[in-house]
Design a protein around this ligand. Sequence first.
Ligand code: DC
Length: 220
Amino acid sequence: MKINIAIDGPSAAGKSTIADLVAKKLGYTHLDTGAMYRAVAYSALNKNIPFEDEEKIVEMIHEMDLDMLPDGRVILDKEDISEKIRENEISMGASNVSKLEGCRKALVEMQQKICANGGYILDGRDIGTVVLKDAPVKLYMTASAESRAQRRVLQNMEKGIEADYQAILEDIIKRDYQDMHREFSPLTKAEDAIEIDTSNESLSQTFERVMKIIKEKLGE
Ligand code: DC
């Protein structure tokens, strides 16, 4: 039987990349829950709904036709917004809408429905603490803000996107603070999560370590 796996941690800690690799290796599906908050921010911005207008945002979410495809693409009202939601303005917007209790409730419900039959790896901020409280494998991936900023710079450069280390670092620190200090489901390590600090590791070292933990947990 396929289980569900939870990965939490601050932004740019490598959660999504690791979740993709693990999903491929195990034949699971990766659900990037951050992309769902990003889609909400993107839609609110397009509809001129302020990020703090909880009532309108929740109404909008219920009308949204959001498709989280198994290959990672994000389709909103038939439009592929996978690239657009990676822009800086949307990152901060996602962090802002994620403060709203009603927004969280609606997205958590969608996430739990998607992975109800197992075989999913979810990455986010509240997976081990709220969405998948009973997940048999919970990881908390972290790294220093400096090494996360450095990695983001390299990623952006590879994609040909402008990369200012100082601006990226400041954005990461600000988002960490917001995500960890919000009132509802702030980012925190679940009691039964295994912490993985990736500051001084390569991607393949982290992947090996994560696979070992998962195999041990699954009793393989
Ligand atoms: O993982 P990400 O950077 O794409 O997430 C964008 C924002 O969404 C992040 O700043 C906080 C929020 N988020 C959340 O509150 N809960 C989640 N499960 C995933 C993301």
